[in-house]
Design a protein around this ligand. Structure first.
Ligand code: GLP
Length: 239
């Protein structure tokens, strides 16, 4: 694992955008695995600027990690909305090369299978990850076992409480989500996990310096051969 500690999240975002640019330039039809959450915003801000300076994303495919169940795409807290606002409305990635799980699908089981099929057809070159305060990646929550495939998940109390900051009331936070499984994440050629702020310091240290355990899903990244952990001073403070 490589660990890079930056002065600020925006410096870190620039670094990750430079890593992503390398992949976009080197791979004929690059596939980026994308994440949501406030942590990923500095990366998207930098990446949009790169595109404005001439980086061509027209051959890029993107596959998002997860989506809430029960929010329409037009809801400002849906991950569809987030991705449009942060990235897709500003860059030239063709819409038919953008994939996000459909949390409004009538048949969620079929949606999970459809998504796994998409991942199979578009092996991920570069996977961006954040980390939940409880160690989740995507919405793979702490559990006795981690599911390999795309699946429907009941969100944990920790996650609901943590994500409540984006809603007017905790009762509005969806209780379920659809998430890519750990197999798809670990099959990505290169993984970059970002974490910023003091509240992530403890889980970052447990995930990358502790044992590999299913109740800290991010710890499984220790088994991958090309992972970069991108931190700021605060999130690195317990290493
Ligand atoms: C969300 C997302 C994750 C994200 C994490 C951290 O619930 N499902 O993909 O990494 O929680 O969010 P934030 O970056 O806002 O702290």
């Amino acid at each position: 694992m490589k660990i890079r500690v930056f002065e600020t999240p925006s410096d870190a975002g620039l670094y990750v955008a430079a890593l992503a640019e390398r992949v976009v330039l080197d791979v004929p039809n690059p596939v980026l695995g994308l994440a949501t959450g406030s942590t990923s915003c500095p990366f998207y801000q930098a990446f949009v600027k790169f595109e404005k300076c001439g980086l061509d994303l027209s051959r890029t495919t993107t596959i998002n990690l997860d989506e809430y169940i029960g929010l329409p795409d037009t809801h400002p807290q849906s991950y569809h909305y987030f991705m449009n606002e942060q990235l897709f409305d500003h860059v030239n990635i063709p819409r038919d090369q953008i994939f996000i799980p459909d949390g409004a699908a009538a048949d969620l089981h079929a949606e999970c299978e459809r998504y796994d099929d998409i991942i199979r057809k578009h092996p991920i070159d570069f996977q961006i990850l954040g980390i939940g305060v409880n160690g989740h990646i995507g919405f793979n929550e702490p559990n006795d076992l981690l599911l390999s495939r795309t699946h429907v998940v009941e969100l944990s109390h920790d996650t609901i409480a943590s994500n409540a900051r984006f809603f007017t009331d905790v009762s509005e936070v969806p209780r379920k989500a659809i998430t890519m499984g750990v197999q798809a994440i670990l099959q990505a050629r290169q993984i970059v996990l970002m974490a910023f702020g003091k509240e992530k310091a403890h889980i970052v240290s447990r995930a990358i310096q502790g044992e590999v355990r299913t109740d800290i899903p991010a710890s499984i990244l220790q088994l991958h051969r090309d992972v970069t952990i991108v931190l700021d001073k605060l999130s690195a403070s317990e290493l």
